[in-house]
Write a protein that binds this ligand. Sequence first.
Ligand SMILES: [Zn+2]
Length: 185
Amino acid sequence: MRQGRVEVISGPMFAGKSEELLRRVRRAGIAGRRIEVFTHRLDVRRGADLVSSHAGAAHPARSAASALDVEALADPAADLVAVDEAQFFGQDLVAVADRLAVRGAVVVVTGLDVTFDRRPFEPLPSLMALAERVTKLTAICLVCGADALFHERVEPVRESAVQVVAEHVGGEDKYQARCRLHVRR
Ligand SMILES: [Zn+2]
């Protein structure tokens, strides 16, 4: 009998969560496992039907409208079911991940565990508590270079043109990573 489990990859924006998800997907592919990758219908940042990382890696994905949709669409024979941007799926994802693992799948869930104003962001905290494996990633604070637990909205009014350019090169202009000391309070 196949032994399923739940693995969570959590962290703020810019922590490399999707890159780590795709690394596990690639490894499962090399091992010949059956893989299904899901993203949320609302997540259209880099094109539908694709999970991609800031570093440029990508894998085909199916888009689902809800956690129950993931459960209904997932191939019962899938060895690995990956769910990107889990914060879009709501609390139902906790029970769905459990049921998929009970039926034998390794369920890899990645998403934001904090909001932009430093609050725990469900369902990630619940998923972390009920997972066999948790990988909590950090980003890099853009002020000091320390591990960044948080991301925050960039102020709409900016004084530094250099900062504006840097943000656009990075492809993200609304948020920046911040450590505990440098996040706005
Ligand atoms: Zn800092």
